[in-house]
Design a protein around this ligand. Structure first.
Ligand SMILES: *Cc1c(COP(=O)(O)O)cnc(C)c1O
Length: 463
C-alpha cells in the first residue's frame, strides 16, 4: 500500500514511513492511494473472530509488506493485551435499538488508547531497524497526551515531549501524564491555553534549523496509523450486530474528525454503514459545514466535553480530498484559501458526503442524554458519549437499523461534569486506583518558542 498527500505535492510513502511521519511536507495529510475493500464474504468471515484477529484482517491491506502477518498479529496482541476487557471494545445494549460501543477499557480510560497503544509498538518496531532516534512532540488538551505517554513510556529510541496548558486539563488527565516516571517521558506545562501550546508545536515543526537537529514526529490524529487502528472497531461492532447482511448506523462524538473518518474508511472498505452521525457540542464547525456548507472558524467555547472543544478539525481535510475527487492540486488551493481567511464554503461537493449527518448538542441536551442513559439503561456515561447518544436518538432511519454510539471516555475521567449532570459521582476503576497518591513530575515553561526549544534540545537525542 502506498500513501499520498491530500495536497498532491509530497513524496509517496509506504506504511512504515507514513507511520513515522507526521504532516506531509506539502502541509497535507497522508491517505492511502486507493481504498482497499473486503468482500461481503470476507466481512461475513469476521463473525466470531477475536478483536485481534479482526484487527489483523482489517489492517493487513493498509500495512502491506511492512510487517509479516505474524509480526502484525504479535503487535496487535501486545497492544490490546493492555485492555481491561477481554472483548477490548465491548458492545452494550441500551434499548431495542440503541447501543454503546465502549472504547474506554485501555490504560487512560479514553478511546485514544485503542490507536495509541498500537502506534507506540509500531514506532518501536520500525525504529529497531534504523539508526534513528525519534522525538515525539505534541500538544494536548488532555486525552491525547495521556494516551500517547502511556503508549510510549519506556519504549526504545523514542522520547516524548508533551505540552499541556498549565491548570487547564483535569486532575485525572494531568496525573495520567505527570505520574509516568519513565526517563523518555517529558511533560511541559505551558503558561497559556491549548491554542498557545498547539501553536508552539506547529512553530517547532516549521523551525527548519530546530527540526533538522532532531527527527520530530507527531502522535495527534493526523497520523495515518492511528486512523487505521480505529477502523477496526467499526467492523468488530457491525459484524456483531448483523453486518454484512444488516446495515448499522454509528454516532460519533467528534472533535478533530479522526474517529468518524475511520467510520467513513470502514464504509469505503465495504462495511454496510447506514449513517455516520457527526455529533458536535456548541463548537459546531463540522455541523455547520455538513448541514449548510459553512466551514468557518469561530472562537472556542469551553464545555463539559473538552476533547471536542476545537476550532478546526484537521482530519476533515481527508474527507475534503475525496469530495474533491482526490485532486491534490485543487485541494491545496482550497486549503490555502481556508488558511488565509479561516473560512470556506462547501458547494456541490457536499452532496457526496451524504453518508454523514450532523447534529449539534448543547449542554442541556448533553445532560438530558446522560440522565436518559442512567434512568433507562442504568448506565453512567461521560459527557462526550452523552453528546453522541443525544445525536443517536435523533437519527432518522428505519427502526430496524441498530444505532451504535461510540463511548469515547469512561465517566470517571470527567467525574465533576458527570456528577453535575446526573447527581451521581462515577468511581475510578480499580486498575487506575492510586493515581492520586503518586508523585508528579513536569516542567513549567512560558509560552515562548525559545524557552520550549531550549528545554527540548537539552534533553532530546539528535537525529
Ligand atoms: C479525542 C476525543 C474525542 C474526539 O475525537 P476526534 O477523533 O478528535 O473526532 C471525543 N471524545 C473523547 C473522549 C476524546 O478524547
Amino acid at each position: 500500500m502506498r500513501y499520498v498527500s491530500t495536497r498532491g505535492n509530497a513524496p509517496v510513502l509506504d506504511f512504515e514511513n507514513v507511520t513515522l511521519a507526521g504532516l506531509a511536507s506539502d502541509g497535507g495529510l497522508y491517505v492511502p492511494e486507493s481504498w482497499p475493500s473486503l468482500s461481503k464474504a470476507e466481512i461475513a468471515d469476521l463473525a466470531g473472530l477475536s478483536y485481534v484477529e479482526t484487527a489483523l484482517r482489517v489492517c493487513r491491506p493498509f500495512v502491506g509488506d511492512a510487517l509479516t502477518e505474524d509480526e502484525l498479529r504479535d503487535l496487535l496482541t501486545q497492544a490490546y493485551g493492555s485492555f481491561s476487557h477481554a472483548a477490548v471494545t465491548p458492545l452494550k445494549q441500551l434499548d431495542e435499538r440503541q447501543w454503546l460501543l465502549e472504547l474506554f477499557h485501555g490504560p487512560t480510560l479514553a478511546f485514544k488508547d485503542v490507536a495509541l497503544q498500537l502506534l507506540g509498538l509500531l514506532f518501536e518496531r520500525f525504529l529497531s531497524n534504523r539508526s534513528e532516534h525519534l522525538t515525539v512532540v505534541g500538544a494536548t488538551s488532555g486525552d491525547t497526551g495521556s494516551a500517547a505517554i502511556q503508549a510510549l513510556a519506556g519504549r526504545a529510541k523514542v522520547d516524548i515531549f508533551m505540552l499541556h496548558p498549565l491548570g487547564r486539563v483535569s486532575d485525572v488527565q494531568r496525573r495520567q501524564m505527570t505520574t509516568v516516571m519513565a526517563p523518555n517521558v517529558h511533560n511541559i506545562a505551558v503558561e497559556g491555553n491549548f491554542d498557545d501550546a498547539q501553536a508552539l508545536v506547529k512553530a517547532m515543526f516549521n523551525d527548519a534549523s530546530f527540526a533538522s537537529r532532531f527527527r520530530l514526529s507527531a502522535v495527534n490524529s493526523i497520523n495515518w496509523a492511528r486512523l487505521m487502528a480505529q477502523v477496526v472497531y467499526y467492523f468488530y461492532a457491525a459484524v456483531r450486530l448483523g453486518a454484512p447482511e444488516r446495515p448499522v448506523a454509528f454516532s460519533v462524538p467528534t472533535g478533530n474528525f479522526g474517529d468518524v473518518f475511520a467510520g467513513y474508511v470502514a464504509a469505503k472498505m465495504g462495511l454496510p454503514v447506514a449513517k455516520l452521525m457527526v455529533a458536535t457540542n456548541v463548537n459546531d464547525i463540522l455541523h455547520r459545514a455538513l448541514s449548510t456548507g459553512d466551514y468557518s472558524c469561530g472562537t472556542v467555547q469551553p464545555t463539559a466535553a473538552p476533547s471536542m472543544d476545537i476550532q478546526v478539525s484537521s482530519n476533515f481535510e481527508r474527507l475534503l480530498f475525496d469530495l474533491h475527487d482526490r485532486d491534490g492540486a485543487k485541494l491545496a488551493g482550497v486549503m490555502k484559501g481556508f488558511e488565509a481567511t479561516k473560512s470556506m464554503t462547501l458547494g456541490n461537493e457536499r452532496a457526496k458526503a451524504e453518508l454523514f449527518e450532523s447534529y449539534r448538542v448543547d449542554e442541556d441536551a448533553m445532560a438530558l442524554a446522560l440522565r436518559w442513559a442512567c434512568a433507562n439503561a442504568n448506565e453512567l456515561i461521560d459527557p462526550h458519549t452523552a453528546i453522541g447518544l443525544a445525536a443517536a436518538r435523533k437519527v432518522d432511519l428505519p427502526a430496524d437499523v441498530p444505532v451504535v454510539t461510540l463511548a469515547t471516555a469512561h465517566p470517571a475521567k470527567f467525574p465533576d461534569a458527570v456528577e453535575r449532570a446526573s447527581g451521581m459521582r462515577p468511581s475510578m476503576p480499580a486498575r487506575c486506583a492510586g493515581l492520586f497518591d503518586r508523585e508528579e513530575r513536569y516542567a513549567t515553561l512560558p509560552a515562548e518558542l525559545g524557552a520550549v526549544e531550549a528545554y527540548i534540545a537539552d534533553r532530546a537525542v539528535a537525529a
